[in-house]
Write a protein that binds this ligand. Structure first.
Ligand SMILES: Cc1cc2nc3c(=O)[nH]c(=O)nc-3n(C[C@H](O)[C@H](O)[C@H](O)COP(=O)(O)OP(=O)(O)OC[C@H]3O[C@@H](n4cnc5c(N)ncnc54)[C@H](O)[C@@H]3O)c2cc1C
Length: 199
């Protein structure tokens, strides 16, 4: 189930709680694993329970607190479990108010994020009390590119593809950004995206 589709369907029916998810691309399974969130909302806040299968084929259901949700983390980021289904609880709301929240969030994303270019979303994690994108910007890295991978001019927290960026271009640019921010501000910045396959 695509997460934005679910969020829109629930909103149209007048249920509130999933408005934040309308602009998050991906599936419900991916969103549970990553504890996806935006604009003050998070999967953690709406999930009641999740059913998964472990690698021995055992099927288990866990309650919200057993997910061990953290910022973009859950027990599913540490274990190779397959999420089969999740139960969420929303509240009955006012359709006009729900639509207003969705349109405000969508507008904000379009204004602040590089939605017109391909990316994997926010490349770096926010740090407690520090806006990572601001550090990258202040390090003078907006618009810095390696091959066709470029630090977005619109939002320094995103690495976007301006044409034919390779995975290696993106990995090299990530390293460069991390090194520059560390050298200039003595701050280590972590990845929000996951690197899969061969590095
Ligand atoms: C333009 C853009 C904007 C984004 N904005 C946001 C945002 O605002 N907030 C946010 O939180 N994220 C954001 N993201 C990141 C991403 O969309 C979310 O993390 C999303 O929830 C990932 O879901 P997915 O189905 O695409 O998972 P994938 O990226 O395909 O997978 C993520 C991980 O989950 C695993 N996985 C997927 N399905 C299951 C399953 N059923 N069982 C077990 N493991 C599974 C995968 O193996 C992988 O390790 C953005 C991404 C882009 C490209």
């Amino acid at each position: 189930m695509p997460l934005p589709k679910l969020a829109l369907e629930m909103s149209k029916k007048g249920y509130t709680g999933l408005e934040f998810a309308v602009g998050i691309p991906g599936t419900v399974g991916g969103a549970v694993r990553m504890n996806a969130g935006a604009y003050g909302g998070e999967m953690q806040k709406v999930i009641i329970s999740t059913t998964y299968m472990d690698l021995d084929g055992n099927i288990k259901t866990i309650k919200n607190e057993e997910h061990k949700f953290e910022y973009r983390k859950s027990i599913f980021t540490k274990n190779k479990y397959i999420i089969l289904s999740t139960t969420i609880q929303l509240k009955k709301g006012n359709i006009n108010e729900i639509e207003e929240i969705i349109s405000k969030d969508t507008q904000s994303r379009k204004e602040k994020q590089p939605y017109n270019m391909p990316s994997a979303g926010s490349t770096f994690k926010r740090k407690e009390g520090i806006i990572t994108a601001k550090l990258i910007d202040e390090a003078g890295l907006k618009g810095y590119s390696i091959g066709d991978a470029i630090v977005s001019e619109k939002h320094a927290g995103f690495i976007v593809n301006k044409g034919n960026a390779t995975a290696q271009n993106v990995l090299d640019l990530i390293k460069h950004v991390q090194n520059e921010v560390y050298n200039k501000f003595n701050q280590k910045i972590e990845l929000e995206i996951e690197i899969m396959g061969e590095e």
